[in-house]
Design a binder for this molecule. Structure first.
Ligand code: PEP
Length: 281
């Protein structure tokens, strides 16, 4: 996936009719974690109403505490895929942490007629889970969103992407989601979106930004502009090719990461902000 001087290999790929490239932008707004069928439907209906064909939906949630909600897993896949088909969603970013999750996703997609597709997400806690990387690298029918490891060097994370490619899967998007530091950051993680152009220069991968998991809260400036909105604008102006962002119809009821979720009422303004920032890129 690394870029070489005389390299004419493509910096884009297609999946289920959606183009992912270093020269375009896809928005993946959606639920951090699937909780109820009703919330999935409200989310997808809103996306459809605003012309969106991609989303994020977490079914398998790796959590810091074993006592926190771990996601509904395979139980929610049938209704997630059915509703995605109903609302014209073409690609769902969904984290997997184990080989069995990929099989469950494939089976559920087959059962619902494959109208929608899944981008397998490897979370920051698994960036160096080399066996998982090799397994996902062999699933050439799925694209992959590889999150940067939050406590390792950029080079180490880029090498993790090479694990996917070395097993044959070159449909990889690289995700920036903030870094852990010991500086007492005001945000959950130190926002690393200045690395967007760096990753695009060093590799052929489209680059995703995840403002929700970087910032981790709904802090706002005196004008009421959320830190998340500022981070999105910075990342998109820096040339990001994908925005992964948490929304929820009722953030107070979200079982995971409610405090960072934007509301459905905020969706049109968010999409407009992204379009303006993209224009400025
Ligand atoms: C997520 O996107 O749901 C997530 C948990 O992200 P990360 O792995 O970056 O923390």
């Amino acid at each position: 996936l690394g870029r070489h001087k005389d390299d004419s290999r493509p910096t884009h790929f297609e999946y289920n009719g959606v183009r992912f490239g270093q020269d375009n932008l896809n928005i993946f707004a959606g639920l951090c974690a699937v909780d109820t069928r009703e919330h999935v439907e409200l989310m997808l209906k809103a996306l459809h109403a605003h012309g969106q064909v991609c989303t994020r939906m977490g079914a398998y949630k790796p959590r810091t505490s074993p006592y926190s909600f771990q996601g509904h897993g395979k139980a929610c896949l049938p209704y997630v895929f059915e509703l995605a088909g109903k609302y014209g969603i073409k690609v769902i970013a969904m984290e997997v942490t184990h080989e069995s999750h990929i099989e469950e996703i494939r089976e559920a997609l087959d059962a619902t007629g494959n109208a929608t597709g899944v981008m397998l997400q490897i979370g920051t806690r698994n960036t160096q889970n080399f066996e998982l990387l090799k397994i996902v690298g062999r699933q050439q029918d799925f694209p992959v969103l590889l999150k940067r490891g939050f406590g390792i060097t950029l080079d180490e994370s880029l090498n993790a992407a090479e694990y996917l490619a070395s097993e044959g899967n070159r449909k990889v998007v690289f995700g920036l989601r903030g870094m852990k530091t010991n500086m007492g950051d005001p945000h959950r993680n130190f926002v690393d979106f200045a690395h967007v152009p760096v990753v695009k220069r060093l590799t052929r991968m489209p680059v995703c930004i995840d403002p929700s998991h970087s910032v981790g809260s709904r802090g706002a400036d005196p004008d009421g502009i959320l830190d998340i909105q500022h981070a999105v604008a910075q990342g998109v102006i820096a040339g990001a090719n994908m925005v992964l962002v948490d929304f929820h119809p009722a953030p107070a009821k979200a079982l995971v990461d409610g405090p960072q979720a934007l509301t459905l009422e905020e969706l049109p303004g968010f999409l407009e902000d992204v379009a303006i920032a993209r224009e400025a890129y």
